[in-house]
Design a protein around this ligand. Sequence first.
Ligand SMILES: C[S@@+](CC[C@H](N)C(=O)[O-])C[C@H]1O[C@@H](n2cnc3c(N)ncnc32)[C@H](O)[C@@H]1O
Length: 276
Amino acid sequence: MAVQRGRLPRSGAALAAAARLRLTPDEAALEARVTALRHRLAADTRELRIVDYGAGTRGLVTTEARPPVRRVAEVYRRAAATPGWGRFLFLLTRALKPLRVLELGTNLGVSAAHVALALEPGARLVSIEGDPGLAALARGHLAEAGVAERVEVVEGRFADRLPDVLDAHGPFDLVFIDGHHEAEATRRYWEMIAPHLAGGACVLFDDVEPGRPVRRAWRAIAEAATVAGVEAADLLGLGVLTLPAAPPISRLPGARDPFRASESLPAERSPAAAVQ
Ligand SMILES: C[S@@+](CC[C@H](N)C(=O)[O-])C[C@H]1O[C@@H](n2cnc3c(N)ncnc32)[C@H](O)[C@@H]1O
């Protein structure tokens, strides 16, 4: 894995360290917990009915009234971060040392486990999942990995739950957008999240490789954010934004004026209603 083009962003050292995918023996021992979880999930024949709260997850979920049955093993195989990307997320989190992390799309809790195992004492991950069955399973998996006290799995649609999560747990240092990969929805989620980012924050947009519809949104977001001093990098299908140490928050797209936050708060929430 390598940064494809352009200069390395401010998070470049952390990204480069993560992309080497090398673990110390202590880190390998932590990763072994997720590997054990992965083995169980790959053989799990329990059945789930997954409701679609977004555009679907690589064809896995549906908006039908009676969604088809999927086995846990199939959900794991099709939706969870691969071992390589899981290790990358672990190492990136280790390098960035975020205090608050936000994930959109918990699924079975695999990427959340990788990230949570990398957190420093006192740091927390909040992860949002729309499907109640998946959210319940994820909580169990995170407990199995020994990180339940570092992670809060919030159940509900991103658009419904984001306002409260952002107000209660922000500002965030690291954000992983890994669900509802539609262009317009992604743009709206970014607009909601941007005012709640800490200085130097890193925002990861999954599945933005060429040919995906969300790529258009990613390019527009990256272009507009760059004007506000945010740095953007393409990392083999992962879009990475890195904020300046002291972000000019009011200049980020969709951001509210930090000096008028209380007055503008209700108005800022209204566009979210249109997002599924
Ligand atoms: C690709 S999976 C996440 C994988 C997980 N981050 C991992 O790597 O282990 C995306 C998840 O987002 C959830 N999702 C999609 N759209 C959503 C929405 N609008 N609100 C809430 N959850 C949503 C899906 O149910 C699915 O479980």
